[in-house]
Structures are given as C-alpha cells and as structure tokens.
Design a protein around this ligand. Structure first.
Ligand SMILES: [Zn+2]
Length: 299
C-alpha cells in the first residue's frame, strides 16, 4: 500500500522509515517498509488484509497511480447493501469511475466480482505478464470498401450470391469477423453468423454440383429472403462501422495469451511498451497514448 492511516489523527500517511499506522480497510497495525530494493510501502504487521483483492504493489502500480491526484488513490469504497468493502486503485470522483491496475494474473471470478462491486470500472493491465502481441495494422477502410463494392445494391444480383469466388468468401469471412468484433454490433452477431453459414452452405452446394443451374431453381426462394436480410443487416452494419471509423486512430490486430480477460465486460487497456491499447474485441485493439488516457481521466 502507498498509504496507511495515522493511529491518532486518522490522516493518510505515506511510508517513511520507522512509521507505524493502521490499515484503512481492516484497521490492523501496519508498518512502513522502506528498504533499498522494494518501493517504499506499507505492510500488515501480522495477518493479511481482509481486502483479499489487493496484490502486492509494484513499481508499475506506483507509477501509474502517480498520474492521478493523491486523494484519488487507494480509495476505500463500501457497498451499503452487502457491507462489502474494497480499496480501488483510483477513484475518479466526478465520473464516479474506478481504474484498476492489474499487474499479475487474475481469476475470472475475481474479474467478475470486481466489475460487480465497482460498477463503473476501467482495467489497465500490464502486458509484460500477459504475453500480449500486436500483429498488424488493420486496414479497416480497405475491408469496408471491398465489402461495399461486393454488396452495393446496384451491383448485386441474386446470381452473385451463388458464384462468389474463394477470395470473396474470405473477404466475407473477414468482414463478418470485423462486424461481430464491434461491441455495438453485438445484436447483429447471430444474424450475421446465420447468414454467413447459409451463404457458405449454398456456395458449397453449388460447387459440389456438376450442374449448378439445376440447383438454382431449388434455392431461388430462400435466395430472395437472404438477399433482403443481407441488405437490411449490412446497411446497419456499414453505418456502425462508419461510425467506428469516425473515431479515427490506429487499429491493430492483437493476441493476448491470457484467456481470462475475455470474461471482462468493462473496458480493458493493455499497457504494452510505451503505449496503451484499448481492446475493442477479441482481436482488434486501438492505440491510445498514455498522455491522452491520463488527460482524459485525471482532469
Ligand atoms: Zn488491511
């Protein structure tokens, strides 16, 4: 911990050699640890803290927290209903927002219970311990352009639905991935998945047949339905993707070895080298500068 309370005045104290204090969470005695190797911090004298969520404070934690005013750091919060009490890394008062800095592994249960307790939370995780890698710049505009061409109302003929070549199918798959990766498109996810599945099976059926035109009449009806469905869904999808593009910025394809973060519902920023990446989906992230992040949340 960076702070302990003074036994008498109750004011917050920073760790200084020889100082004693009490823990704000469990009221147990604490002692200042001010050695040469570890950062100066407070430690419980005897039993561990009742706030089981806290990990040992690292240099990484301390540096992050130092970007925010002192009174926002290590904020004790209560749940009136359950009596549960935890200490948040950063509490942004006017936004009623919590920022948690996660240096080491965390269980899925722990992610869920923290999100439930804090309600409005942002995660900042240290990539060094999570095997995070950035693969390539996503050329979003290219994908959308090719998609628009493929599905342009004026160009689209029902026959085209059956005679997509492999390249177009791959494009469609990529587009599908991209679309479902956007959180605001979650509602379209099932629809699009079904459409693509239908699409693929039709394509396969035609491919497998020696005489594609025989199949044509059998599936003409469902094709019309498919066509209409595609138009309405993709129109909305284009709109959403365009809105995302208006956001500007650099999008990257990433991989994160830890699967636990897939269960987080709140925004996740990954601190990798000297940058932050906001995870937009399971494989797309957006570059955000640390300065920008701190400016946004510390003022
Ligand atoms: Zn304690």
């Amino acid at each position: 911990m960076e702070f302990a309370l003074d036994k008498i005045s109750g004011s917050r104290l920073k760790a200084k050699k020889g100082l004693q204090g009490i823990c704000e969470m469990c009221a147990s005695p604490m002692i200042a640890k001010c050695g040469e190797i570890m950062i100066h911090h407070w430690a419980h004298v005897a039993s561990p803290c009742t706030d089981s969520w806290k990990e040992n404070e690292s240099q990484w934690h301390r540096e992050w927290k130092s970007n925010f005013p002192e009174e926002w750091r290590e904020k004790a919060l209560n749940d009136q209903a359950t009596g549960e009490r935890h200490r948040a890394d950063i509490y942004v008062p006017d936004k009623e927002l919590i920022i948690e800095f996660q240096h080491s592994h965390i269980s899925v249960e722990n992610i869920k219970s923290r999100e439930k307790f804090y309600k409005k939370l942002i995660w900042v995780i240290n990539a060094e311990n999570q095997s995070f890698s950035i693969n390539s710049v996503m050329k979003l505009t290219n994908i959308i352009e090719s998609y628009k061409q493929l599905y342009n109302k004026k160009q689209l003929k029902i026959n085209d639905l059956y005679y997509l070549d492999n390249r177009q199918i791959i494009e469609l798959r990529n587009l599908h991935q991209l679309l479902i990766s956007k959180t605001n498109l979650v509602t379209y996810k099932d629809n699009i998945e079904n459409i693509v599945k239908t699409f693929m099976s039709m394509q396969n059926a035609v491919m497998a047949s020696h005489s594609p035109h025989e199949n044509y009449h059998c599936i003409i009806k469902s094709s019309v339905l498919l066509h209409e469905l595609l138009e309405s869904i993709f129109e909305k999808a284009i709109e959403s993707v365009n809105n995302t593009l208006k956001e500007k910025g650099d999008f990257y394809h990433y991989t994160l070895s830890s699967k636990t973060w897939k269960y987080a519902k709140m925004p996740i920023f990954v601190h990798h080298k000297d940058s932050l990446y906001l995870l937009k989906s399971d494989n797309v992230c957006k570059l955000v500068s640390i300065e920008e992040f701190c400016r946004k949340y510390s003022s």
